[in-house]
Design a protein around this ligand. Structure first.
Ligand SMILES: NC(=O)c1ccc[n+]([C@@H]2O[C@H](COP(=O)([O-])OP(=O)(O)OC[C@H]3O[C@@H](n4cnc5c(N)ncnc54)[C@H](OP(=O)(O)O)[C@@H]3O)[C@@H](O)[C@H]2O)c1
Length: 306
């Protein structure tokens, strides 16, 4: 039985109509938080909110729809949240996708960079006034795959290479999430808002079910079908386990005040990969986010140069 340590707090989880995000939203609601469920589709978001209310023991579960890969969608989402809530205690930037081919958003941004890096950057900036009004707000960003490879300055948007023998742009963008979050944590220091990264561990989710084999690095492809079709359904279906690190970073008293930290799937603090710590990499990723979001973020004090 979860404790009620989140009573009176408001938490927004993106991509919470299914998979790990939905279990994260449920975990936070069970701890007493008012939760904002966000998915692509209104009907699915309402359905997920209804489901979560059933297990949370309270009715404070809201449903919103937005495509977080688009700057317009992020802006609309932030306005709707600001219209309904005065403060925000938790923002979990959970949306993720593993695409086999390079695709662009309506803004012309590579889609996985948009989902994993630009969306957390932009949504945090847009919701900062609400986060700063909370006594100790927490931003939680998710890494995944095998993060920690090099951050390629001439390939931030997957324009030079996308999938190779060991390289995938999915892993590349998840390493960039880490670099961006480290810089964000530094910029937020003193504001009362913390920013951390969690690794959720593998879960058999809609994302995994729909990931084609060619989205994996070439070396991994021979064993990928076994993992996706046999191991994952048999051993990775308990998504409360996959949501544990997000729920921990968002709500546990232990990491209260901790910022710029990286927690693994067992909620243990882990060292950052060298590529995420590299100031030149952080600056490259941060500056690109600043440039891409320039038309959307005019007024916030955090953006600055890398
Ligand atoms: N699953 C794993 O094994 C694993 C391992 C490591 C890290 N991760 C990371 O954990 C996070 C969650 O992964 P998951 O496997 O639970 O993903 P998932 O199953 O694909 O999650 C689905 C959720 O994301 C929403 N969504 C998808 N695209 C969206 C968009 N453009 N805008 C708004 N919402 C969108 C979906 O909404 P609709 O239902 O409306 O489509 C749904 O709520 C990701 O960041 C992923 O990279 C996952």
């Amino acid at each position: 039985m979860a404790s009620n340590d989140m009573n009176g707090k408001v938490a927004l989880v993106t991509g919470s109509t299914g998979g790990i995000g939905m279990e994260t939203a449920r975990g936070l609601a069970k701890r007493g938080a008012s939760v904002i469920v966000v998915g692509l589709d209104h009907q699915q978001a309402r359905q997920a909110a209804h489901d979560i209310r059933g297990s949370a023991g309270h009715d404070r579960v809201d449903a919103l729809a937005a495509d977080v890969t688009g700057l317009d969608g992020l802006q609309r989402l932030a306005s709707e949240v600001a219209g309904r809530y005065d403060t925000l205690d938790v923002l979990v930037n959970n949306v993720g996708m593993n695409l086999p081919d390079r695709a662009l958003t309506t803004d012309g941004v590579e889609k996985m960079f948009a989902a994993h890096v630009l969306a957390p950057f932009t949504l945090t900036h847009l919701l900062l006034p609400l986060l700063e009004r909370a006594p100790a707000a927490r931003v939680v960003n998710l890494t995944g795959g095998i993060p920690g490879g090099p951050i390629e300055h001439d390939n931030l948007l997957g324009e030079r290479r996308f999938i190779g023998w060991t390289f995938t742009h999915y892993n590349h963008t998840k390493t960039m999430t880490m670099a961006m979050t480290l810089r964000l944590a530094e910029k937020l220091r003193g504001s009362g808002v913390t920013a951390n990264v969690v690794y959720p561990g593998h879960g058999y989710t809609p994302m995994n079910r729909s990931t084609p084999i060619r989205a994996f690095p070439i070396l991994y492809r021979p064993i990928a079908p076994l993992v996706l079709k046999v191991v994952a359904p048999l051993f990775l279906s308990d998504l409360t386990r996959s949501a544990r690190s997000s729920v921990y970073a968002a709500s546990s008293p232990e990491p209260e005040g901790v910022t710029g930290a990286y927690f693994d799937d067992k909620c243990r603090r882990k060292p950052w990969p060298a590529s995420a710590l590299d100031p030149a990499n952080q600056a490259a990723v941060w500056d690109l986010c600043v440039r891409l979001s320039a038309g959307t973020l005019q007024t916030t004090g955090l953006r600055g140069d890398g």
